[in-house]
Design a binder for this molecule. Sequence first.
Ligand code: HEC
Length: 134
Amino acid sequence: MRAAPFFGGATALCALAAVIVACTPRPSAQAGHTLYEDYCAACHGPGGQDGAHPDAPDLTRLSARNDGEFPTGLLLARLEGYGQGLHEIAASDMPRYALLMDGRLTRVDLPDGRHTQVPVKVVAINRYLESIQR
Ligand code: HEC
């Protein structure tokens, strides 16, 4: 499907970004932080580490484990099955989050040049996780 003309200008801007960028509307990392605390912190820990689930990976090291590049596709794949083909989705005991999929969609450009429509809340969590990489 071709992108709607509305996204024309935004596409050029997004192409400048080295990593994935969501365009109009731009969900904030702060909003993502709140969602993270609600949906993810129980297992992955407050701030992305030292979670209660024994197998939940440290989410502040996502970039470090991916040659220094934040693996947006991985998160989208985890949360919704987006990015299939970029990353294999292994059998997982991480629950799926129907509530995160509610609401408005926003365009996201994937590193391989494709783009997709992603729920704003998912993009917000993605931005938050990107902000806590170390
Ligand atoms: C019930 C506990 C639980 C909750 C809640 C949870 N996770 Fe996970 N998550 C895990 C476990 C366990 C793994 C490792 C096993 C696997 O990959 O499935 C994991 C893996 C991941 C990975 C892959 C990390 C990597 O390096 O491969 C990401 C990204 C992730 N979770 C993000 C999230 C986000 C974002 C949320 C909130 C929306 C969340 N998780 C909520 C348990 C959880």
